[in-house]
Design a protein around this ligand. Sequence first.
Ligand code: ATP
Length: 398
Amino acid sequence: AERVLSGMRPTGNLHLGHYHGVLKNWVHLQSEYPCFFFVADWHALTTHYETPDVIEQSVWDMVIDWLATGVDPNQATLFIQSKVPEHAELFLLLSMGTPLGWLERVPTYKDQIEKLKEKDLQTYGFLGYPLLQAADILIYRAQFVPVGEDQVPHVEMTREVARRFNYLYGREPGFEEKALEAVKKLGSKRAKMYAELRVAFQERGDDEALEQAKALLQEAQSLSMADRERLFGFLEGARKIILPEPQALLTTASRMPGIDGQKMSKSYGNTISIRENPEDVIKKIRTMPTDPARVRRTDVGDPARCPVWQLHTVYSNEETKQWVDKGCKSAGIGCLECKQPVIDSILAEQQPMFERAQKYLDDPSLLRSIIADGCDKARKVAQETMREVREAMGLAYD
Ligand code: ATP
């Protein structure tokens, strides 16, 4: 079955960026695929290792936020990363063959160190966290990973990690020598072609190359039936995918702006929380900066330079957007007027979320049991993958 895997770090309140960037996708995907959604508490420690006390409360608040937005524990498996320690084992095993350069070149690495200047992130854990993420994904053999735009390079790296793992360990033992022997009998020109096709297939996952290599074998009259079968077997053996390559899934708001126009992020202090007090929502939007060139009501404005416009692109329909665009460019509407539909949309969006959250606030034991069940289910899948991984890496001895 095609699985979905995604996680979030419990480092504080979730905000509308998390909702529009990721959670909406979770809610949509949960009825289409088996979904595994996890609280990335170890990932939280990569940046909060000096203040681990924020984590526990954030874990439960975050799970309430998920449920509030419509994540359904009867459809999706919700769990906590640290309660499935197999993630750490896969992380360790993957680390053996992962080139340092892959981690150093991840674009978020230097950006984050710069962005979170007040923290010392020159640590082994912080450098390694995209690889831990790769383990999180690969251990569930997930096909799809709904994330925000900043995470796409991590999913790309996960694909490389998987490809390398399959290449190194996804082969039948001893096949290579046998295959090489058989290839020698192909005659040098064919052998060379065959070898090239095999590399194309194995390293680039080029299926056309696989078919061509098979056709070449069919034609190789000089080969005995046994040799031919061995080579076919080798091709199929090379095909063994232990850890499939995942794909990132983005929403249309994969980089949701905050109330200052930058990407919404706790570290920029420009967030609106998922369950933000409605009065604070109103206050925050009303005091949001607008096009700096529009000082007076009578000045014409440019939506392209206005953070409020960016929120309209997330919240408003075509009609409202046209009303804003025309009104702003002709000074026909004021900035407060322009902000009102955004305020209305956010408050309307929040209403059912407050209602859903209440059930869990009233009875926290519900949360605990949802998570306990989820951890059990996740562990079963993770343990199954680890059995195969250990075997492939030659660790299945007693
Ligand atoms: P913050 O920057 O507010 O601390 P974070 O990015 O550290 O949040 P994570 O747990 O790392 O939080 O991210 C959870 C998911 O939410 C990731 O897939 C990330 O890409 C996504 N995400 C975070 N902020 C936004 C945003 N403003 N727009 C879209 N997606 C976002």
